[in-house]
Design a protein around this ligand. Structure first.
Ligand code: SF4
Length: 79
């Protein structure tokens, strides 16, 4: 499996777990992570709302889902 395909599969599995509520962390920790992502130089703004950050340019993950999951880590070790 190519690196791009692995990255995509990891992201897709994370979205499914997040939506299903599997391995979701506390609301306080989600808020803390999202606060860090929101001000991160590697965060990409959302297409429809430039004031919100949607994805991480390092790992390609969707921030809204990545920050909810216990098994996820910031690729830059910011959280
Ligand atoms: S996951 Fe880490 S590197 Fe990516 S946007 Fe969030 S804080 Fe930045």
């Amino acid at each position: 499996m190519s690196a791009t395909l692995k990255k995509w599969a990891h992201g897709a599995a994370g979205i499914v777990r997040s939506i299903a509520g599997i391995g979701v962390i506390s609301p306080e920790e989600i808020t803390r992570r999202r606060g860090i992502c929101h001000h991160c130089q590697f965060a990409r703004p959302c297409a429809l709302s430039k004031r919100q950050m949607c994805s991480c340019s390092v790992c390609g993950c969707q921030i809204v889902h990545k920050t909810r999951l216990a098994g996820e880590q910031c690729p830059m070790n910011y959280w």
